[in-house]
Design a protein around this ligand. Sequence first.
Ligand SMILES: Cc1cc2nc3c(=O)[nH]c(=O)nc-3n(C[C@H](O)[C@H](O)[C@H](O)COP(=O)(O)OP(=O)(O)OC[C@H]3O[C@@H](n4cnc5c(N)ncnc54)[C@H](O)[C@@H]3O)c2cc1C
Length: 430
Amino acid sequence: MERIVIVGGGAGGLELATRLGDRLGRRGRAEVTLVDRSRTHLWKPLLHEVAAGSMDIHAHQLDYLAQARWHHFRFALGALEGLDRAAREVIVEPVRDDANDVILPGRRLPYDWLVLAIGSESNDFGTPGVASHAFTIDNAWQAHLFHRRLVNACFKANARADGRVLHLAIVGAGATGVELAAELHGTLRMLAAYGLESFSPSRQIRITIVEAGPRILAGLPEYLGVETTRTLEALGVRIVLGDRVVEVTADSIRTASGASIPADFTVWAAGIRGAAVLRDLDGLESNRLDQLVVRETLQSTRDDRVFAMGDCAAAPWGPGRPVPPRAQAAHQQASHLARTLASPARRAAPGAFRYRDLGSLVSLGRYQSVGTLMGFVTGGTWRIEGWLARAFYVALYRMHLYALHGFAGMALDTLARLIHRRTAPQVKLH
Ligand SMILES: Cc1cc2nc3c(=O)[nH]c(=O)nc-3n(C[C@H](O)[C@H](O)[C@H](O)COP(=O)(O)OP(=O)(O)OC[C@H]3O[C@@H](n4cnc5c(N)ncnc54)[C@H](O)[C@@H]3O)c2cc1C
């Protein structure tokens, strides 16, 4: 039996492992193994909602071991440490517990076909103070930690009852930064409504977004930037454009223009890069952002047996333009690779992946949703907003659930959440 190893069970990798497990693992036609450094999966585009407290991670996490059992693949816990291409083995780091005791020793997992799908992490561009003073929202734990510290700060402010202002600074006005600002605006008001009678978010919370570029949502159509700016400014969010952050301290951020912006909490959301482990992964080609360079087939430029997908891959999309780091790209690449790896003939001669940009959506919590949809028949772009944009935004997550659980599973999951929302607070209070 051929061995297919997928490293990284995120938006793309878990969908791929599930599909290949169902198609190949179930019938014993190949052995499919998923490796992840975490024990549970949470769809990454939900992270800003976890950070803001409008979503409870425990209600949305999926256990890799359970998914593996239900869908006929194996799960191996551990972080990618290296690769031995000559021996065709993935090298996995030892797994340690909180006390630093080794639970699982380092291992080597043999493969015939390897897919790397380990996502991305925040890029701090070497800015001093980011590592020690800023939060990043790269995974569920970081999002959870940020939320807990913020709730604690609100409780403290309520107990002090001195009216002091709490400053939140978000560095980077991409989708993550602007969506987080809007979610925080809403959830902090809800939190205060649950009994923080001496704390007034409208007077005591100041949210500032700082962006080095000339406009917000730089990678998305201009219309989205204009609409989003209007909504955020109406909410009282301050937007500073064209000023690069050069240092983060414990209570402020400094910018290239010499400004100092107060910041009790700084969230760094100013760009992404690949993980350091990809920088020289046994000779595979990587770019200056430490993403693996792949061909149209999603095969590494230097090894036909190694594929890469999602945020950790630089896949071509037109001249000089890579496929953007988006969940919809990871989803499409997972579907493509599931077809490629499903049969020995296609594995030997993989077809080219063509990214279809279906549009862009920005959800500003309960205040506004805006987006553009690509009209494939007319060739134009459709602007959508309000409940329709929100419905498409939610549909992206539903598509992910559909890929993981099938239609019945997705429908039951949606129903369960609707019922849960009736009996739980709208914001996480701890
Ligand atoms: C807050 C936020 C909001 C977003 N909103 C949107 C949106 O609205 N629409 C959209 O299209 N995109 C959005 N994105 C981007 C989207 O989340 C990513 O493009 C997408 O998740 C990439 O999928 P992936 O499979 O490549 O990686 P990920 O989903 O990040 O998964 C990577 C997996 O690899 C694992 N891993 C990492 N390192 C290792 C290692 N060394 N060894 C083993 N396992 C490892 C991780 O635990 C994780 O399970 C958002 C991102 C963020 C942070």
